[in-house]
Design a protein around this ligand. Structure first.
Ligand code: PLP
Length: 432
């Protein structure tokens, strides 16, 4: 397929304009030009319905990014939007709390195993930062052990390669351990005896937990007098109604939620044991928009829908078709050395590997060029939504079939350099 040279014309123009007033041209790193290669990518979306979105050049896509996994029911879900419209009639933010706060809190307590009390934030980072602060307050300890991605705040990002601007003193309190490697966590406890306030981790992202790993983390954490926090920003309300903690049957002391809570409306939550959550009565965790009602009404409608419709079941069953289809296509095109698929069916990852000739970044960039031009929006993940119908999955697999055939040819002929119409992405900062 010869790409239409004007396909992203307006995206390109608007990006240039945005860059004059907005650093990186985007509010979110993962939606910026760092992830979407110049000239072969859309940069702005104007509308979405179900799992379909339209960019500023009016190109249509089946979206497998789904607002970075925040949209679990689909864009413009009628039940959620009706709840938001009804709330809008009454008002958005008031001078005192609105009862919808407690309604959503009660719902979360009913659904999530560890949840006895709940506080709300706007982004996942609010909830993770709140979790760490109350864990520190509760234990009187400063150090933190982490595994996974936990947002933009100093306490976490300081321990990554994106640590510019974070004081060294803060960086030194956060220690990374490796998933499925209990010894790496044990080493942190040994190095900082009696000083680790909490262990905060994504219960799962790309890799499956080996049997007993999550239980071992829980036990080691508790044996060291520390608090276990599951960061369920993505897994919550996706893997199971009660999150990954219900799915894996390992209950943490605290858990954080975000993305799937309100179908794209800005809301996050920190939930957990009453004795720890009561620290919030002294610890300062307070913001003007914490009780904003439109997002809370959206959350209530989303969580209700999870109970009355087979949402979670559908994320898994449709995701399974994706994962099995992709596996089959990787084998069909003999691309095992360049591609792999991992994760759970409801949240899977196409993984790119270095080959003898090309880096994974070159291969990924070429893949993006080809799938974007065919109307599939993915940056490697398949963040399933309730709106993905069979036809959408068929379309994804038909595009992958074409693109994998081209990729195989390019790898064999070693002509990726001439077929790639942009500079390859660079490994700036890999979240996972
Ligand atoms: C597991 C996890 N924790 C925390 C965050 C931070 O959430 P937010 O970007 O809403 O602050 C993210 C965001 O991608 C995440 O995936």
């Amino acid at each position: 397929m010869t790409a239409d040279p004007n396909r992203y014309q307006r995206s390109q123009q608007l990006l240039q304009r945005a860059l004059a007033t907005i650093p990186l041209g985007s509010q979110t790193f993962s939606k910026s030009k760092t992830q979407y290669p110049a000239g072969i990518s859309p940069y702005f979306i104007t509308r979405g319905k179900g799992c379909h979105v339209w960019d500023v050049d009016n190109n249509e896509y089946v979206d497998f990014v789904n607002a970075l996994a925040a949209v679990t029911l689909g864009y413009g879900d009628p039940d959620v939007d009706a709840a938001v419209r009804a709330q809008l009639e009454d008002g958005v933010t008031f001078s005192l709390p609105h009862p919808v706060e407690m309604q959503v809190a009660e719902k979360i307590v009913a659904m999530v195993p560890c949840a006895e009390m709940v506080r709300f934030g706007k982004n996942g980072s609010d909830a993770t930062a709140g979790a760490v602060r109350i864990a520190r307050a509760h234990t009187g300890r400063d150090h933190v052990a982490v595994c996974g991605y936990h947002g933009w705040q100093d306490w976490y990002i300081g321990a990554t390669t994106r640590n510019k601007g974070v004081p060294k003193a803060t960086q030194e309190l956060t220690h990374l351990f490796s998933y499925n490697n209990i010894d790496s966590l044990d080493m942190i406890f040994r190095q900082w005896p009696g000083q680790v306030a909490c262990v905060i981790m994504e219960p799962m992202n790309i890799v499956e937990p080996v049997p007993g790993f999550l239980e071992a983390v829980r036990d080691l954490t508790h044996n060291n007098g520390s608090i276990l926090v599951f960061d369920e920003t993505v897994t919550g309300f996706r893997m199971a109604r009660g999150g990954a903690q219900e799915y894996f049957n390992v209950t943490p002391d605290l858990a954080t939620f975000g993305k799937g809570l309100a179908n794209g409306y800005p809301l996050s939550a920190l939930a957990g044991r009453t004795d720890i959550m009561r620290q919030m009565e002294e610890v300062f965790f307070s913001f003007t928009f914490g009780g904003e009602t439109l997002s809370l009404a959206a959350a209530l409608a989303t969580l209700n829908k999870l109970e009355v419709k087979p949402v979670i079941e559908t994320l898994w069953s449709q995701g399974r078709k994706v994962v099995e289809g992709v596996k089959m296509l990787i084998a069909k095109h003999g691309l095992e050395t360049a591609l792999d698929i991992a994760g759970k069916n409801c949240w899977s990852f196409l993984q790119f590997q270095n080959t003898e000739t090309y880096s994974l970044w070159e291969i990924k960039t070429f893949f993006l060029q080809e799938v974007f031009s065919r109307g599939i929006l993915t940056i490697g993940t398949h963040n399933m939504s309730y709106a993905h119908a069979d036809g959408d999955i068929k379309r994804l697999l038909a595009v992958y079939d074409e693109v994998f055939a081209i990729l195989r040819e390019v790898l064999e002929k070693k002509n990726l350099g001439t077929r790639l119409k942009t500079e390859p992405l660079v490994p700036l900062f890999k979240i996972r």
